[in-house]
Design a protein around this ligand. Sequence first.
Ligand SMILES: Cc1cc2nc3c(=O)[nH]c(=O)nc-3n(C[C@H](O)[C@H](O)[C@H](O)COP(=O)(O)OP(=O)(O)OC[C@H]3O[C@@H](n4cnc5c(N)ncnc54)[C@H](O)[C@@H]3O)c2cc1C
Length: 511
Amino acid sequence: MNAVRSDAETFDAIVVGAGLAGMLTALELRPRRVALVSYGSLGQWTSSAWAQGGIAAAVGDDDSPALHAADTVAAGAGLVERRVAARLAADAPHAIERVAALGVRFDREDAHYALGREGAHSRRRILRAGGDATGAELVRAIALAVHASADIVCYEDSRALDVVLDAGGAVAGLTLRVAGDVRTFSAPCVVLATGGLGGLYRFTTNPTSSRGAGIAIAARAGARLADLEFVQFHPTALDVAADPLPLVSEAVRGEGAVLVDARGSLVMAGVDAALDLAPRDVVARRVFALRQANERVYLDARHVAPDNFPERFPTVFDACMRYGIDPRHEPIPIVPAAHYHMGGVAVDLADRTNVPGLYACGEVAATGVHGANRLASNSLLESVVYPERIARDVAARTFARVVRPAATRAYAAPVPGSDAEWRSLRDAMYAGVGVERNEAGLSVAIERLNAIGDASPSDDVREAAVVGALVAHAALRRRESRGSHMRTDHPERSIAERHRSYSTLADARSA
Ligand SMILES: Cc1cc2nc3c(=O)[nH]c(=O)nc-3n(C[C@H](O)[C@H](O)[C@H](O)COP(=O)(O)OP(=O)(O)OC[C@H]3O[C@@H](n4cnc5c(N)ncnc54)[C@H](O)[C@@H]3O)c2cc1C
């Protein structure tokens, strides 16, 4: 057992996660003294750094926050919180200016931002940087700003374990594993910015370390979770022997690439009026169904940007060439992969959870803005909008000056999960809690997840199994198909189910 060191450091706030949401929150909290905790170095193993397409904001002359909010509501299949969408869209232009002031170099055309268009956006409103390397540019500039800040103490190569509460149930600090020790830092507020959970699935575009740790930490502290069943699968991850899988951005289809089978037949014909630009979930289901029937599916981009594909899509081109696929001369093999989690830790309009002093932002938060399906490029946006709000809320609240963590539990020395355990867990999630679900498949997945968790000596595997089971139970309870959640045994949308869903830790083992 690791004893918890008692020489507790004291901070004004602790932020867990050094992707876009976490780093920006730490910056916005200045001049408060902040601890920033992350698995790797700043920006390493984050979805933020891998984001390609861009970030949505109504900054064009023909656009408005009201139009942006309306598109967000339409994409969310009846479950978007309208007030939340309106505020996100309204705050977007200002948030873009704030990150630009931190040194982010967005692509420009003349004096204006270059604006792209993506599926389900009614206007050109996608800002990008470095062509298709938007996330990398955001992370580069913001990590530099964090490193330059004397108020932020970075604990890289560390792992948050548990939020520590005081006797009244409010946040008093965080227990973390840092440099081989388990330590407890004191702080009256903790912000979880731990990203998504794609790493729970056999095929994912996320860092494999994105396994919903923030959901587990929040749930153990008594926080409410929301909308867990809604996992967005990207239809066009590169189908190669890699883990995670490189993403082939939707922008390639936006420029005319089409999905074909091994014989070259168009696979979206007759499926949706928008053909290859149909909503992500529709395309993902079609590709999944063909693969279930042992068909391979390809993205044919041979006619796209014929003169400058490598310059127009540098990230996609490099990824393909790394695996010996030249997209200029051959179709790109693709597979649907877990990409984005709409659900997470339930927060209110101020990003507060129901645990006093505990906040969540970025992908781990469930604000209600995405409903059952995220509008493309709204996730980087929420990661840049919410940090300022959290900082304002923290500044306006009176927290106890001295917080006293209640006793913390002892932690066993870390045992990594074995390859076989991770494979079984991730296969169970992809097969039973994936693109298509039904009662029998979900029940099998829950049994397998429980069995894997119960048998494992690894805290990591046990935690991942609990998060997976929470997602599966939420999917089992929603007896309808809506947005990203497709139940083959309940294929219709149900008016009775038109509500958000909520879970707590106890639901991981519910009957
Ligand atoms: C390939 C790809 C392309 C994408 N493209 C776009 C796009 O074009 N536009 C868009 O809007 N969105 C896009 N997304 C989604 C978007 O990138 C993410 O939703 C967003 O970046 C999430 O940011 P975040 O800060 O919440 O999490 P992340 O960037 O994933 O960061 C999570 C952080 O939490 C840390 N962490 C987690 N658990 C712990 C723990 N227990 N202890 C310590 N640290 C922990 C990790 O180390 C990491 O630092 C894309 C996603 C992927 C994977």
